[in-house]
Ligand binder design. Sequence first.
Ligand SMILES: [Zn+2]
Length: 156
Amino acid sequence: MSGKEPEDGLLISPIQDGTVIDHITGGEALVVLRILGITGTTKEAISVATNVGSRISGKKDIVKISNRELSKEEVDRIALIAPNATINIIRDFRVFEKMKVEIPESVTGFVCCPNPGCITNSNEPVESGFKTKKGGRLQCIYCDTIISDNIVDYII
Ligand SMILES: [Zn+2]
């Protein structure tokens, strides 16, 4: 052994077409899948590697999704819990596009307001909406309630 780390490709096999999400915070891969609406009954072929050694961040997770390219909106959602993630769009076994995730200015419709009295939690047909603040905090645009951590717990 040379002491070199194995390439990621040795840990999980390459995909022909789809998306590779790399540099996810160690242990957060399943949360990323949840954000993308990927559950046990999904049709996509998914490979997940968790707590892989990384020179940059210590431990990281990698998710590979065959035959699905993520939209910009989906990529932005991932930023909320994995701000260091990189997204590789794969076509015919090659990296077609590489993107860094960016925390969006606002998020709509997929995070639930923790305030039970908020209009978005009433029977009114109002979709939830949050402005993003420094440090990844979210502020409800209706009642100003702030979610400062455990955003994952509020994802619908
Ligand atoms: Zn609210």
